[in-house]
Design a protein around this ligand. Structure first.
Ligand code: ZN
Length: 339
């Protein structure tokens, strides 16, 4: 069966040549090439099987000579390759080994093997990766994402990631900013809460439940147009000056990032409840910060909102929490409308 995939696997191999040669930071092993091709052929999909079946006669004709070559190469490699080098012959089959992402975008490669995956990034400031392989572009630059088999760390693969800027978005220290100074383009729409935010919030809800408290999502992602409707309604009801103290103008809402959540009761009656106190003391453990703390109205641009949390990732959230600063102070930025 293998021989009919020769042509396809050669193509696969050529496409992924650079990734193969740099397999997980190990030195390239020339004699590993034929085996790498075999790995690629094992990962061929059913569609590709149908495609190549038509060529099977021709391929079968080629196969006798190719198999012979492979045997010769195997013999050669057996005599020159050590045991540890042989492990580098195998590379985890992925749906891609190279990608370009705009800052803020997320992409997940498909792993075509049943393994316990361990994902790591060579530079978490450029692109991070979660336990499922969701790669999130953080800041302009290049880095390498590596997946390895937990049971055999030598069985691995690398993805070369290039992160390019997203026009109209402001990232400071890898954090997407939406406040009164920095706005988001009207067409920026991550389509909902980001996967990382969602997963972190689920853990937060569970953590609160373990402490006997009920935290729930009241408002998550809001598109530009939805925020426009909400803001216009508040302006109509309260006047613009008043509305600006508690509602963001369209493009300026942190909810448009897909990384902000309003929990439970969205009004002043939430303040001082056990849930509000728990959020204030524990949300950073799950990667969130209380975005608009008490007494910081002049800095954040918003009155105290005990219900509004922002996802930053556990490390950054802890750093901001431990600093005792608002996000604006932590990053040294303003939050003021220009007019
Ligand atoms: Zn909010």
């Amino acid at each position: 069966m293998r021989s009919i995939f020769k042509k396809y696997s050669l193509l696969m191999w050529l496409i992924s040549l650079s990734a193969v040669l740099s397999s997980c930071g190990m030195e390239p092993v020339p004699s590993a090439e034929p085996s790498s091709m075999t790995v690629a052929s094992d990962s061929v999909t059913n569609a590709a099987v149908e495609e190549t079946t038509a060529e099977s006669t021709e391929s079968a004709r080629e196969s006798s000579s190719t198999d012979k070559n492979e045997e010769e190469e195997k013999t050669e490699s057996a005599s020159t390759t050590t045991t540890s080098q042989k492990k580098t012959d195998k590379k985890i089959p992925l749906s891609f080994y190279e990608t370009e992402l705009k800052v803020g975008e997320t992409q997940m490669p498909i792993v075509d093997d049943e393994i316990k995956e361990i994902w790591t990034s060579s530079d978490n400031d450029v692109a991070s990766v979660d336990e499922f392989g969701n790669i999130t572009a953080k800041a302009e630059g290049k880095c390498t994402i590596t997946v390895a088999d937990a049971d055999n760390k030598d069985y691995c693969a690398e993805i070369n990631v290039t992160v390019v800027p997203q026009p109209g978005l402001t990232y400071i220290d890898g954090i997407l900013i939406a406040n009164k100074t920095y706005s988001l383009p009207s067409d920026y729409n991550p389509g909902g809460l980001t996967p990382e935010t969602n997963a972190a919030f689920e853990k937060l809800v569970q953590g609160a439940a373990n402490d006997g408290l009920d935290i729930y999502l009241s408002s998550g992602f809001r598109s530009y147009s939805l925020q426009q409707q909400i803001y216009n309604q508040y302006c109509y009801d309260y006047g613009q000056a008043q509305a600006d103290t508690f509602s963001a103008r369209p493009g300026h809402s942190e909810h448009q990032t897909g990384m902000a959540i309003d929990v439970n009761i969205i009004d002043d009656s939430f303040a001082g409840t056990p849930e509000a106190i728990w959020i204030e003391n524990h949300c950073f453990e799950y990667g969130f910060i209380l975005r608009y703390p008490k007494g910081k109205e002049d800095i954040t641009g918003y009155k105290y909102e005990p219900w509004h949390i922002r996802y930053l990732g556990v490390d950054t959230a802890k750093a901001v929490h431990d600093s005792g600063l608002t996000l604006e102070e932590y990053l040294g930025i303003d939050s003021k409308y220009s007019e």
